[in-house]
Structures are given as structure tokens and as C-alpha cells.
Design a protein around this ligand. Sequence first.
Ligand code: EPU
Length: 421
Amino acid sequence: MQKIVIEGGARLKGEVRVSGAKNAALPILASAILGTGTSTYRNVPKLADLGTMSKLLTLLGAKVESVDREGHVLRVSTDALTTHHAPYELVKTMRASVLVLGPLVARYGQARVSLPGGCAIGARPINLHVAALEQLGAEIQHSHGYVEARAPQGLKGAQVHFERITVTGTEDVLMAAVLAQGETVISNAAREPEVQDLALLLNKMGASVEGAGTSTIRVRGVSSLHGTEHAIIPDRIEAGTFLIAAAITRGNLVVSGFIPEHVEALASKMRQAGVDVTAAGHGALRVQASLKLRATDITTEEYPGFATDLQAQYMALMTLAEGISFVSETIFENRFMHTQELARMGANIRVEGRQAIVAGVAELTGAQVIASDLRASASLVLAGLVARGETVVDRVYHIDRGYERIEEKLARVGARIERII
Ligand code: EPU
């Protein structure tokens, strides 16, 4: 199994560029099911999860081709889908596979999608996706571990209120609503930039979506959509991870090629913690960390609040801050698996329910650690960058799901890091 080996202590310097957003690219690829003709997507990150989504679309009968050598430009044609069945073998490896449910039932009046099953960070049911699609008139049954949705007469626009904010749930029902008859109003919708990017893309395909990025999205259904071209937005979580990498190594790094507004909640916490985060031209931030780090509390929230996908990485930073910080996780019930591994590196963290209490220590020491999920593995890499001696992070396939060649990007800005096979 591949491992990442880091010799801690090198300050990051120079400039690192952010790749396309995984969590925008996934629903956008799924939305190809809705249109006729071919769509071309640029700035697609080359990640294991995008490979899984491409595989799923291919299995459904779509044609997915890589246009450039790096695999950042994908051309997808879904004219000849042969099945509406998303099998367990694929869905179990990536929960976001459920994003094909809405598009399949909207375009073909039927879908059979495996229930995703357990997850390392929480239960993550899909009941809200299902309830919302039922509001649009889909008949839904659960059988043999699958969700079976039917809408032989097509979907009908409706008022859909989410009792809890869900990112992929909002995306799933938004993709279904664009082909429903009449108007749909989605309230308590997720406001994440990835939902906005999806809405922009859907409008380019001929849909009529307004209000994405706010909690109320209005959709006027259309009878058909066509292929288009679109560049995926940059990955705000990858950007945030690099900002923290610069701070934890007391470096001087420019993170470029992204939208700074998307990481405002993180940047403002980092400033409170004593890190210098400043604009560095268009689409870039510079991080300089020369002062002592101060403990700062965070509570994860839906966008524009502090992202749960940056909680583990921020906690790695707080392990070295002066004082005690409280890290509260409100989105997922089990997203503290990294705390035990950070503790093995010398961190002082106590978990009480949904809160982790982090008492800053003077240094971390390198150790062998195991990644439990994608963002947890990023936090261990960050800790390894500053720990004394060698850190070996095992199960790096988790990190490859969401970070494009992270060790190469970090090595180019001075980290002593390599992947061993
Ligand atoms: N929830 C339900 N029922 C549902 C859907 C969600 O109870 O039907 C609960 C979840 O269990 C969770 C909360 O609602 O407690 C919010 O979950 P949400 O549905 O918003 O999460 P998601 O759509 O499954 C996306 C990202 C995650 C990110 C979360 C929160 C994608 C593909 N995934 O997941 O990304 O953590 O939103 O921002 O967009 C990651 O990239 O590492 C990652 C886990």
C-alpha cells in the first residue's frame, strides 16, 4: 500500500496553484445525464473520485473521454444511456454517486441507485434527497439495498423545503427540477459555491435557475437541455489546506488560482490566530506566519460558515497554538477520527461529544499514522510538515480522492515529502 513520508521542519515558500473543485465537478459530471449532445468540462481535477464518477457514467452507457493529456478536460456524451442502475460496487466506494439519482429520474423517469451504506465521518443517510424527489412526484421504494425511483409521467414542479441543509441533496433535487413541468422553489437550500457552479452550468445547458447561492432557489422547468462547455471552479478546500500548510510551517507562501472569498471564514480565523493572510493579486492569497499562533475556537457550519471539510486541517494548526481552542463539529457526528492520530504525534486533544478541546503544545513529533478519511489524511500531512523527524502516513488512497498530487505540489514549495510505493 502506498504511503506518504514527510521529514518535518521545512518552511513552505513560493507559490502553489489550486486545482478544480472535486465537489463541483462531481455533480456537474452527473448533470450530463440531463442533456442531449456532448458537454466539455475544463479544469476537472484528476482525482480518484472523478474517476469513479466517470466509471459510473460509462457503466450507464455514457461516453466519457479525456481530451487533454493531463485529464483535466473531459468530454461527456450521454445520448445512449443503456441502463438506469447504479450498482453497489461503485456507490459504496463513493457516496456522491447518489448524484445520478435526480438526473436519471428526471430524464428517463426511472432510476435504481444503491444506498451508499456506512461512512467514516457519520451516518450520512439520503432521506432528504428521497423526500425532496418525492415532492417532485417521484415514486420511491427501497428494496434490497437500492432506492428505486419512478416518474413515468415526468416530474412536476413543487415547493421543496429541506428540513436540514444538505449540499448534495440540494444538487440532486436541483438537477431533477430543471426538467420537471412547471416551477420548483427549493427553500433552505445549500448556499455552497459548488451549488452555484452547478446552477451556472445548468443554465448554460438551457435550464432556468435563479437564486443559487442563496437559501431559495427558483427553477422554471424546461422540456430539454443540451450539451455545453464549462470550466469548473477552483477547489476552496484544497486552497484552504495550502493556506494552513503555510501557517503551520511558519512559511511565506502564495496560494493562487482560486476565489479568496470562498475561504473567508478560514482566512478570518487564521488572522485571529495571528497569521498574516493578505491579498496577493487576483485570485491569490499570501500567508506569512511569523508571530506566535494564538488558540482560536471554530464551529463548523454550512457555507459561508467555517467548512467541516477544513476542520481537521485547522485542528492540526491549533495543536501548536498558545492556549486552548474548542473545535465544534456540527455537520457530521463522527468527524474526529484524526484526533487519535494527532495525539500519537504529541498533540493534546480531548474529545467530548461533538467538541474537541485542543491544548496547544510546543512541538509535534513524527510518527506512523493512519488516514481514516480524506480530510483527516490532509490534517496528518499538515502535522507531518512541522513535526520533528519523520512522519509516515498510511492509507494515502484517502488523500488521492480529493487532492491532486498533493506531495508533488507541496514538494515544489519546499516540503520534504515523498510517496513510497
Ligand atoms: N443528511 C441527512 N440526510 C440526507 C442528507 C444529509 O441527514 O439525506 C445529513 C448528513 O448526515 C450530515 C448533514 O446532513 O450530517 C449535511 O450533509 P450534506 O448532505 O450537506 O453532505 P453531503 O452532501 O453528503 C457534501 C460534500 C462533503 C462535505 C459536506 C458538507 C460532496 C460530494 N460532498 O457532502 O465533502 O463535507 O457536503 O459540506 O459535495 C469531502 O469533500 O471531504 C466531503 C466529505
